[in-house]
Every structure is written in structure tokens, then in C-alpha cells.
Design a binder for this molecule. Sequence first.
Ligand code: IPE
Ligand code: IPE
Ligand code: MG
Length: 237
Amino acid sequence: MTNPPLPRHVAIIMDGNGRWAKQHKIRIALGHRQGVETLRAIIRESSDLGIEALSLYAFSTENWRRSPDEVEALMGLLLEFFTSEIDELDQKNVCIRILGDKEGMPEKQREALYNAEARTGKNTGLKLNIALNYGGRAELVRAARILAEKAVRGEIRPDEIDEAALADALYTKGLPDVDLLIRTSGEMRLSNFLLFQCAYAEFEFPETLWPDFSLEDYHKALETFASRDRRFGGRKA
Ligand code: IPE
Ligand code: IPE
Ligand code: MG
């Protein structure tokens, strides 16, 4: 088992499904399908470990650039996931929140997302954030607009806009900053994920492709995190 301190907020960029499919000489859609199996296991484990918040990057605002076939396969899997998992997640007291622009999602998926949030909104267990049609820059632009509109309505003065006010205008309102960011498949970049929230995150870049990412790999990442010396700009005695 993993030793404390556990990260309060883990963010994961689930990358490598395409390369996994290529390795196995199967269709990309099947790589994504296998990726969903990893996702199920990681959510369950995070809930069992008592991690407070888990944010998973499932579909970026840039992922619409992929072929219509691949986008369709991903949207199909998404619907399937929410239909098949919602009962168990609700039972496990998981609180689901979608990060990203739900209005830009196809109708059926949009309904499933609103339904999942409404049904689990009062749950007090793992805070599970799924980033869909999400971009970190788009999120910051949206926050700027929310604050500007408040200012125009006279609800906030420009000099009252501080880091806390900006954080409250993000999709992650009320959640702690990201402590640990994991990106699988060896890529070392953020790809527009949680730009504001990762300011002091610890980063881990395991080589494993997402469909192969095991609970053992997850525990290893959590253990490495526990051994990191986090200074937040200060100096330890
Ligand atoms: C991540 O796997 C899943 C999504 C972006 C939806 P990729 O599909 O990006 O996998 P690679 O990077 O092509 O291997
Ligand atoms: C980031 O992965 C998005 C998700 C995992 C959903 P990508 O595979 O889309 O990122 P790039 O294109 O390699 O930066
Ligand atoms: Mg990728």
C-alpha cells in the first residue's frame, strides 16, 4: 500500500491509446476501449485510497481535429462509460464534475453528462472530474469573462479580483490545487490541461502507455510523490 502523504488532488493526462493500438496492430478505437478499462481501475483505486480529488483528461478542445471516425468512437465510448458506470460510481459516493464546455458536446453525451452531475452532485466521496471538450486557455478566457460580467453588474470591483476570485471562476471552483500530475506514454507536456491549477504540481511522466498503466504503476507514482520535497518557493529548515 501507498505511504502517506497522499496527494489531495491527482490529475492524469491519459495518453498513449493510439500507440497501444498500433503496437497491437488493432484499430485505434480498440486502443481507446482498452484505455477505458484502465480508467475504471484507476477511479476505483483512487476512491478506495481516499484521494480527495481526481481529474482525468479525456478529450481536449484540440481533439476535435482527429478523424471523424476516431471522434465518433470516443463519443460512443463516453456514452457507454456514463451509462454503465453511473450506478457503481453513485454507490461508491463519487461526486462527478465535468470540466469543459458541455454545450459543445453532442446532444446525447451532453444529457448523460448533466445527468451524471445532477445524480452524484451531493455525494461526499471522491471528487471525480472528467475533462471533456476542455482546454486550459479556454477555461481562463471563460473565467475572465465571468469576472468582467460581474464587474459590469457592479458585483465585484476590479481591485477585488485576486487569485481566489479567479480560482472561483474556473471549472475547478472549490477544489484544492493539483498536487500530482501524471502523464502516461512518455510525453512531457501539459497539452493545455489545468494550466492555472498545476502552478505548484509535482510532475510524473511514466513511459507506460495508458492501456497498460497498472495499479502498481499508479502506486509507484504516488510513492514517488510522497518522497518529493515541496517547497512552494520557501526554504525548509
Ligand atoms: C489519449 O490517447 C486519448 C485521447 C486523446 C482521447 P491518444 O489517442 O492521444 O494516444 P496516442 O498519443 O496517439 O498514442
Ligand atoms: C492530451 O493528449 C489530451 C488527452 C489525453 C485527452 P493528446 O494526445 O491529444 O496531446 P498531444 O496532441 O500529444 O499534445
Ligand atoms: Mg496522444
